[in-house]
Design a protein around this ligand. Structure first.
Ligand code: ADP
Length: 413
C-alpha cells in the first residue's frame, strides 16, 4: 500500500513515522510525527470519553484542510482510538501504513523498574499493571491505551515512555522520605517525580540555548502548567524534583495543593470526618489556585489581580511564594546555577508570573529584562539581560516530540 506523502518528506526506505499516544482517564491525545524531519503530520484530542458529550478534534497536516470535529458519545478508549485512526486514514495517514515505525505511549508511573523507554511486551505490560497501586489515577488509563493500540496494530513495536524516568537519577537522600524504612519499602513509598519527559527535553534545550552541552550546565526547570513541578538538573542529570510518590507534592498547582503538613490529612479525617477518598479529591481537585480563589486559569487570575480582587491576589501571592522557595532551595542543592528555565502553559505565556517569581532575587544573580519578558514567541529565548550572572529563559516544552524521539531511537535500527 502506498501512502500519500502529505509533507513532501522522504518516506522511502525504512518507516519513519511515530504515533504518540497520551491516554488520560477520559481523554486521548495523539500526534503523528515524521521523524525524518521531526515534523508534525497530524494531531488530535478525544475528550469526555464515556459521556454523551464526547468530542474529537482532529488537526490534519498543514495545507490539508481545516480542523475537523466530531461530537457525540464515544464509549471507551477502544472506540476513541478507532475514531482517531479513521481521521488519520482520511488524511492518508492510516495506522495500517507501512511508514509507521512505532507507537510511543506516555506512561505516568514507571516505579523503580522502568528508568528508560521500554519496548512493551506482555511482561512489561504486567509490570506496568503492578504499579497501579502507586499510580491509581494515571496508570490504568495508560494501560487501556496500550492494550487498544496493541489490538489495532499487534505487529508494530509499541514503546512506553515514563514520566518518572528522568528523575531516576535522584540520589537516595533526595528520593527517600524520612519515614520508617521498612514501611516505605513494603509499599514502594518514595519520591519518584513526574513531568520527566518535559524536564529532560527543556533542560537539554536550555543547554543548547546557552551554547553548551547538557553535561556542562546546572539548570532549574520550572514546568508550570495546570500541573506544576520544579527540577534541579546538574550536568544533564536530575538531582531533585518537587513531585513525589504522586504528582501532588511540591508547587501550588491549578487544582492541587502541593506541599502541606501531612498531619492536615489526619486532621481532616479525625476532626472534619472526611474519608480518604474525600481528602484525595479535596487535595487533588479542589485545592491549589482553584481552591484558593475559584479559578485555575492564570489568565483569569491575573485579570482579577489587575482589578484588585483580594482572593485572586492572595492566590497569586501564595503561588509565587512557593515558587520562590523552590528556586532558593534548588539553588542551594545545585550550588551553581547557570539557568532558571520557565516552561508549560503558565511558564511559557505568563510574563507576570515570571517577573514576580524572579523579583527580589538579584542577590542570586537572577534578573529579568522587562522588554524581553514581554515578548510573545514560540521559540526558546533568554529573558535576562546580558550582564546577568544567571540566565533566565523561556523554553517551550514538547512532550510529544520527546516521546517520539525516545520511541524512534529505540526502534530505528
Ligand atoms: P497541562 O498540560 O498541565 O494541562 P498546560 O501546560 O497546557 O497544562 O497549561 C495550562 C495552563 O496554562 C492553563 O490552565 C492556564 O493557567 C495557563 N495559560 C495558558 N495560556 C496562558 C496565557 N496566555 N497566560 C497565562 N497563563 C496561560
Amino acid at each position: 500500500m502506498t501512502t500519500p506523502n502529505t509533507e513532501g518528506t522522504a518516506a522511502a526506505g525504512s518507516p519513519s513515522r511515530v504515533l504518540v499516544l497520551n491516554s488520560g482517564s477520559s481523554s486521548v491525545k495523539y500526534q503523528l510525527l515524521d521523524m525524518s524531519d521531526r515534523s508534525r503530520l497530524a494531531s488530535g484530542l478525544v475528550e469526555r470519553i464515556g459521556e454523551e458529550t464526547s468530542r474529537l478534534v482532529h488537526t490534519p497536516p498543514p495545507g490539508a484542510g481545516a480542523v475537523r470535529e466530531r461530537e457525540g458519545r464515544i464509549a471507551d478508549h477502544d472506540e476513541a482510538l478507532r475514531a482517531a485512526a479513521e481521521e488519520l486514514a482520511a488524511d492518508g495517514l492510516g495506522l495500517d501504513s507501512p511508514d509507521l515505525a512505532a507507537i510511543g505511549h506516555r506512561v505516568v508511573h514507571g516505579g523503580l523498574r522502568f528508568t528508560e523507554p521500554t519496548v512493551i511486551t506482555d511482561e512489561v505490560l504486567k509490570e506496568i499493571e503492578r504499579l497501579v497501586p502507586v499510580a491509581p489515577l494515571h496508570n490504568p488509563a495508560n494501560i487501556t491505551g496500550i492494550r487498544t493500540a496493541r489490538a489495532l496494530r499487534p505487529d508494530l513495536p509499541q514503546v512506553a515512555v515514563f514520566d518518572t524516568a528522568f528523575h531516576a537519577t535522584m540520589p537516595e537522600y533526595a528520593a527517600r522520605y524520612a519515614i520508617d524504612v521498612e514501611t516505605a519499602d513494603a509499599h514502594r513509598i518514595r519520591r519518584y517525580g513526574f513531568h520527566g519527559t518535559s524536564h529532560a527535553y527543556v533542560s537539554r534545550k536550555a543547554a543548547a540555548l546557552l551554547g553548551k552541552e547538557p553535561a556542562e550546565v546546572n539548570v532549574i526547570v520550572l514546568h508550570l502548567g495546570n500541573g506544576a513541578s520544579a527540577s534541579a538538573v546538574a550536568g544533564g542529570r536530575c538531582v531533585e524534583t518537587s513531585m513525589g510518590l504522586t504528582p501532588l507534592e511540591g508547587l501550588v498547582m491549578g487544582t492541587r495543593s502541593g506541599d502541606i503538613d501531612p498531619a492536615v490529612t489526619f486532621h481532616l479525617k479525625r476532626v472534619a470526618g472526611m474519608s480518604a477518598d474525600e481528602i484525595d479529591v479535596l487535595l487533588n481537585k479542589k485545592s491549589g489556585l482553584v481552591g484558593l480563589c475559584g479559578d485555575n486559569d492564570m489568565r483569569e487570575i491575573r485579570r482579577r489581580v489587575d482589578e484588585g480582587d483580594e482572593r485572586a491576589t492572595l492566590a497569586f501571592d501564595i503561588y509565587i511564594h512557593r515558587l520562590k522557595k523552590y528556586i532558593g532551595a534548588y539553588s542551594a542543592v545545585l550550588g551553581r546555577v547557570d539557568a532558571v528555565v520557565f516552561t508549560a502553559g503558565v511558564g511559557e505565556n505568563s510574563g507576570p508570573v515570571r517577573e514576580a517569581a524572579m523579583a527580589g532575587l538579584e542577590e542570586f544573580g537572577l534578573v529579568v529584562d522587562a522588554d524581553l519578558n514581554a515578548v510573545r514567541s514560540g521559540v526558546p529565548r533568554l529573558i535576562s539581560p546580558d550582564y546577568a550572572r544567571v540566565a533566565v529563559a523561556v523554553v517551550p516544552t514538547d512532550e510529544e516530540l520527546e516521546i517520539a524521539n525516545q520511541t524512534f531511537a529505540l526502534v530505528d535500527n
